[in-house]
Design a protein around this ligand. Structure first.
Ligand code: C5P
Length: 218
């Protein structure tokens, strides 16, 4: 058995963007690199947790020493998360696409005058689904909120709406350099209130969050 404050604990982490196909060669995506989710998974591993890392197509490599589950779409991520439960804690750091293309083509779309018309269908909200599980809900469910204005207000509202325990909120306005960068300045919204953390490297944010998660599960 491993050592560390999270030895014997099973922690699920989602990370990275999702890709939503338009046809077999095209997709809709977002700019998430997966850096913060990857750093958090590594920090939880370092505290002794058994980490199930469910990741979309990220631009940073996944950590070693975790159970790696690679997915592409939001629907695949939802299925992988359901299959990975139960867990003591679940951390939802992925930037999941809110919408998928409802009329995705089975073969490559041909160039046509005026361009294709895409129809969208809403993806499952993985964080809200797990937060509201009646049976087998992880003891700690943590969501992320990337906002560009009124960061803390939106984070508090999101915490209530999704039903999760904590929200890690950050300001991803252009000019902060946070999205795709190496630093992060977060506000941690818990049942006890709001903490404003200083601007730190994403690895240091991950280490501090992992320690908080360990304290909470102890
Ligand atoms: O609603 P919004 O996308 O801003 O919420 C962000 C949080 O919800 C993140 O923790 C993200 O991982 C999670 N989420 C999810 N499934 C979705 C959309 C968001 O798990 N379909």
């Amino acid at each position: 058995l491993g050592a560390g404050p999270l030895a014997g604990r099973r922690v699920l982490v989602t990370s990275g963007p999702t890709h939503e196909p338009i046809d077999p060669v095209r997709y809709i995506a977002n700019r998430s690199s997966g850096a913060q989710g990857t750093a958090l998974a590594a920090a939880l591993r370092d505290l002794g947790a058994r980490v199930i890392f469910v990741t979309g197509p990220a631009s940073v490599p996944p950590p070693v020493g975790v159970e790696l589950v690679r997915v592409e779409t939001a629907q695949e991520m939802m299925a992988a998360v359901t299959a990975a439960l139960p867990a003591d804690a679940a951390i939802f750091a992925a930037a999941v696409a809110d919408w998928r293309v409802a009329n995705a083509a089975g073969s490559k779309m041909k160039k046509q005058a005026g361009g294709p018309t895409l129809e969208f269908a809403e993806n499952p909200d993985i964080l809200a689904t797990v937060s509201r599980m009646e049976k087998g809900r992880p003891r700690l469910v943590v969501g992320f909120a990337a906002e560009t204005d009124r960061v803390v207000d939106h984070a508090c509202a999101k915490r209530a709406r999704k039903g999760c325990d904590w929200i890690v909120a950050n300001d991803v306005s252009p000019g902060t350099g946070i999205m795709g960068g190496t630093e992060n300045a977060i506000h941690l919204v818990t049942e006890d209130g709001i903490e404003d953390w200083p601007r730190l490297g994403k690895d240091e944010v991950a280490r501090r969050l992992a320690q908080r998660i360990a304290d909470r599960l102890a």
